[in-house]
Write a protein that binds this ligand. Structure first.
Ligand SMILES: C[S@@+](CC[C@H](N)C(=O)[O-])C[C@H]1O[C@@H](n2cnc3c(N)ncnc32)[C@H](O)[C@@H]1O
Length: 441
């Protein structure tokens, strides 16, 4: 057995023996860790897991490079910086892209950030009462009291004016974003706005300085411990070829793509994209965010375009040619889902399933292109059961990768999942899991 396969098997044994596997695919470790704590992103994975993997595989030796096609809040890149590893990656959601960019930035004198923040705050305090919220998106006016919304948009508008030094802007963007859930009068945390969850909103001006001070402290600590990795995040759709990432240049991929569960990142982050005027309405959420996301992360596709079409038209033609065995299995599952839809007149999860695998085929192709020989891809992924039809997404993606040319794959379960929803009426009672899929080129 080649050494790299043995090493992967030993690593998976090591993970099982060390416990805590159920935390690896979640963001619970990130809430208290320097830099990771700046913005809590529920779909993120554990920085400790990324850290453990990088350390085990000595990625920083010989200038190793890491790629994350679904950067989200930037967990992989932040860990890479700590180890002096070059990390490159894509994120298609402009809001998250800005968050990730702030987390991988370093400045010479972090203390000066506090001074810049104080100047900004003083300015805002003197003008916020005149702020006009009548032009803000309706959702914002429902989530925040008029007073807090005025303060928040004043912070935002001063951010957008040219009065802040360019070097500080990413941090100011991040700090203001992190205030939103704390200053809202309802729960706006991902995955959706919980209108019934009314809460005591904090005052943006009161918590602004403390949030900025946490950033300064973490930056000072990072500078002292000599974090010197280089990271680059592209605002880019990972289904496409990113020619700035060279073929055969990457030692390790660490990522977590959206799961096949119809979790819509455009919807989940709409308060943020409305607030920052990245999107002005639902149609812009669709054109600017949902259309650039993997199909499972949205149902933006036109049902009319696919309804009644042959399964082969939903799956990518190249995928049918290159991966005929797994394509057949996917088609069989889609047929079963279609039967359920016909009985229940439900959502088009058949189309969603087909488009998901088509998209992941493109992502895996690109992953294969950029990886060096013997390079590894670590993919945190969940399985799925649309309308009670079990789809072993993790297993199919492993098989798809092998048909694409990867030499080996391994799959282990990290944790059971989905049990929170078992009380829902009409929900299936199948057991779901979150897995780690490892691919070896
Ligand atoms: C599970 S999250 C990744 C979380 C990340 N590991 C972290 O710790 O923050 C998946 C991410 O993929 C992004 N995404 C969805 N479709 C994409 C695409 N086609 N290209 C690039 N990013 C995409 C989503 O916006 C989301 O941020």
């Amino acid at each position: 057995m080649p050494d790299i396969v043995k090493k992967v098997d030993n690593f998976l044994r090591f993970l099982k023996m060390n416990g805590n596997m159920e935390k690896h695919g979640t963001n619970s470790d990130n809430k208290t860790m320097p830099i990771h704590r700046w913005f809590s992103f529920m779909p993120g994975f554990s920085n400790v897991f990324v850290d453990t993997t990088f350390a085990y595989f000595d990625i920083n030796e010989n200038g190793g490079q890491v790629y994350d096609p679904f950067m989200g809040s930037g967990t992989t890149a932040v860990v890479g910086r700590k180890y002096g590893i070059t990390v490159v990656g894509n994120e298609s959601n402009k809001f998250l892209y800005e968050i990730g960019k702030a987390k991988i930035k370093f400045i010479e004198k972090p203390e000066l950030l506090i001074k810049a923040g104080e100047v900004l705050l003083q300015k805002c305090k003197s003008i916020w009462k005149k702020a006009d919220i009548s032009q803000e998106n309706f959702i914002l006016t429902k989530c925040f009291s008029a007073c807090n919304l005025k303060k928040l948009i004043t912070l935002r508008d001063v951010y957008y004016s040219n009065s802040i030094k360019k070097a500080y802007k990413p941090y100011i963007f991040l700090v203001i974003s992190s205030l939103l859930p704390r200053c809202a009068k309802v729960g706006i945390s991902i995955p959706y706005i919980s209108w019934k969850n009314t809460r005591n909103a904090e005052d943006p001006f009161v918590i602004f300085t403390k949030a900025l001070s946490d950033i300064k402290d973490d930056l000072l600590e990072a500078t002292e411990s000599g974090c010197n990795g280089d990271a680059k995040i592209y605002l880019f759709d990972s289904r496409k070829k990113n020619s700035r990432i060279l073929s055969n240049s990457i030692n390790l991929v660490f990522t977590s793509p959206p799961y096949l569960n119809n979790f819509d990142y455009g919807e989940a982050l709409k308060v943020y994209t409305y607030f920052w005027k990245i999107t002005k309405d639902w149609s812009e959420i669709t054109s600017k965010i949902r259309m650039k996301s993997l199909a499972s992360a949205t149902t933006y596709y036109s049902e009319r375009e696919y309804r009644g079409k042959d399964l082969k038209d939903i799956l990518e033609k190249k995928m049918l040619e290159k991966a005929p065995r797994v394509s057949q299995k996917i088609q069989n599952k889609i047929k079963l889902i279609r039967k359920q839809i016909n009985c229940k007149r439900g959502k088009s999860f058949d189309i969603l399933t087909g488009l998901y695998f088509k998209d992941m085929f493109l992502v895996l192709n690109e992953t294969y292109r950029v990886l060096k020989k013997n390079g590894l891809a670590f993919i945190v992924i969940g399985d799925s059961a649309p309308y009670g039809i079990y789809v072993p997404t993790d297993k199919y993606l492993g098989e798809l990768a092998i048909e694409l040319g990867f030499s080996k794959h391994r799959l282990i379960t990290l944790r059971p999942r989905g049990h929170k929803w078992t009380t829902l009426k009409n929900r299936h009672n199948l057991k779901l899991r979150e897995s780690l899929l490892v691919l070896i080129k």
